[in-house]
Design a protein around this ligand. Structure first.
Ligand code: GAP
Length: 516
């Protein structure tokens, strides 16, 4: 169990707004629930995260490591549309199954996922005529209701709301005062509906995709037929997905519009478990490499009874967000999906999606091979870029009262939206000229992954503090000695330490630190 104090989500959200990481969408109209925009720093941070995913999953998968077959891992990208043929979502099961049963509270107007609501009842299980106390785990209702239940019953136990007899006339809702205010569970479809074309009749209904993955399955045959990919290989897809979440909450964690980065990795069924384990472990390493190392990050393997019937394994990379602490929230799911999706699309579309594996199959007397035909199994590492960015921001947020400006953002240099700042100590004595030259040199080298800031106004302390809050890892200050000894002061964001470094070594130093 972590002993570190839980960071204040209010403070993190305030900094995100103040420094232009994340704004409420449609802010001047009072906002719109479940939608968030990224400001100048946030959009660059998210782009850097997306680029890191693209580089490490598509361009140089797994940092060049060999897969379980001993060969380099091969992946290609696609970019598929938000609106697909409605049959895609029938085949994928989203039309039928993408529902969360919800219960509403008539007293507080709160809405809860039915399968998330638990109830404190007496340890014996029999409350008699007394009310029982519903709550949602990791929410303030948990501690509040426990206290009340213990006062009423002494020893208590927790059961799922769905396991107690109906109707719940004696259930006090998670945030309610009176019993009997919770409604029966109702189904909500999480897919956003839209209409294609001008007539907008019921025959023109389409959906905004709730995941990027299905675009890959639908284009699997085209990719195999038009490129030289051979099993095992992955197809990556990134982009916006939409879910009409019933209770969007916890900043960007549960949004209605969010960005996913998903890889569908296709392999022979016999090798699928080895690939599942490989991807599960790599994805955990990847998040660690971006600064989420430590006890706030865990890999949670699903229990057998949590798995879908077709799956031989699912793990979640989970981060301890301030609002889930001491629990964890999912950043990415790595699922063994068997050949469920290709089977479904083959069935519903009527198009054969089998792969002809010419490296396997029966060897004919003439030495040729009759390819083995099969529907490949799929391992799916499915990451959320908004949740990823949020975890990075939460992890980065640091408060150290011993510093002149206590709040700073320890963003990993690879992801930092501002890579470095160049500060002439004063705007005279040739310092701005040296600074401008250094700024131009660094911008020329590092513009692909972030900005190089230049600032000659305000006190140097204020300038450092501004960069600390922006998560800029290094500031280079030109002072009165620079012209004489050709060196600058390099200030490290995390330690606050200042060292002297040769002017002509600054670019190499920074390149090494940010990995470019
Ligand atoms: N194709 C599988 C799939 O979509 P998922 O676990 O539903 O799996 C993958 O979604 C990732 O997408 C999650 O781990 C999470 O990071 C992100 N995600 C899902 N719903 C989200 C939401 N409402 N808001 C923000 N991110 C979300």
């Amino acid at each position: 169990m972590s002993t570190a104090p839980v960071k204040s989500m209010d403070a993190i959200m305030a900094l995100c707004k103040r420094r232009g990481f994340i704004y409420q969408a449609s802010d001047i109209y009072g906002g719109i629930n479940g939608f968030w925009d990224y400001g100048p720093l946030g959009s660059q941070l998210k782009k850097n995260l997306r680029d890191a995913w693209w580089q490490d999953m598509i361009l140089r998968p797994c940092w060049g490591k060999a897969g379980p077959n001993g060969n380099p891992v091969r992946c290609v990208p696609v970019e598929t549309r938000i609106v697909q043929h409605p049959k895609v979502w029938e085949a994928s099961g989203h039309v039928a199954g993408f529902n969360d049963p919800m219960v509403d509270c008539r007293e507080t107007k709160g809405r809860y996922r039915y399968d998330h609501v638990q109830v404190y009842v007496p340890a014996s299980g029999d409350a008699g005529d007394k009310p029982v106390f519903a709550y949602v785990g990791d929410q303030p209702s948990e501690a509040k209701q426990l206290k009340k239940a213990q006062k009423t019953f002494g020893e208590v136990k927790s059961v799922l709301l769905s396991s107690i007899p109906q109707p719940w006339a004696r259930v006090i809702g998670p945030d309610a005062e009176k019993p009997g205010t919770l409604t029966e569970p109702r189904q909500f479809n999480l897919m956003f509906k839209t209409y294609i074309g001008a007539t907008a009749g019921e025959n023109d209904v389409a959906f905004l995709r709730p995941e990027t993955a299905q675009g890959v399955f639908v284009q699997f045959k085209n990719v195999v037929d038009t490129t030289r990919v051979k099993i095992p290989f992955g197809i990556g897809n990134t982009g916006t997905s939409f879910r009409n979440e019933v209770t969007p909450r916890n900043f960007t964690f549960r949004s209605r519009e969010f960005e996913q980065a998903e890889l569908e990795f296709f392999c022979h069924p016999d090798e699928s478990v080895a690939w599942y384990k490989f991807w599960r472990d790599f994805r955990m390493e990847w998040w660690k490499s971006l600064g989420l190392a430590g006890e706030n990050l865990i890999l949670r393997e699903h229990e057998k009874d949590e798995l879908s019937h077709y799956s031989q394994g699912t793990s979640d990379v989970e981060y301890r967000f301030p609002f889930t602490a001491p629990g964890f929230g999912e950043l990415e799911g790595i699922a063994h999906r068997g050949n469920y999706d290709l089977t479904q699309h083959q069935k519903v579309s009527g198009v054969k999606l089998e792969y002809n594996d010419t490296e396997r199959g029966e060897l004919l007397p003439n030495g040729a091979r009759r390819g083995e035909r099969y529907l490949p199994h799929c391992i799916e590492p499915a990451a959320g870029l908004d949740r990823g960015a949020l975890a990075i921001l939460c992890e980065a947020y640091t408060k150290d009262e011993s510093r002149p400006s206590p709040e700073f953002m320890k963003i990993h240099p690879r992801l930092a939206p501002i890579k470095a700042a160049v500060f002439p100590l004063v705007a005279k004595d040739g310092m701005p000229e040296i600074g401008e030259k250094l700024h131009a040199e660094l911008t020329g080298k590092f513009w692909r992954s972030g900005q190089i800031d230049f600032d000659e106004k305000q006190s140097i302390g204020k300038r450092y503090a501004r960069m600390d809050e922006a998560g800029c890892p290094y500031c280079f200050t030109i002072d009165g000695d620079t012209a004489k000894d050709q060196s600058v002061t390099c200030r490290d964001r995390d330690s606050g330490q200042q060292t002297r470094i040769a002017l002509d070594k600054v670019a190499a130093f920074l390149g090494e630190k940010i990995g470019v």
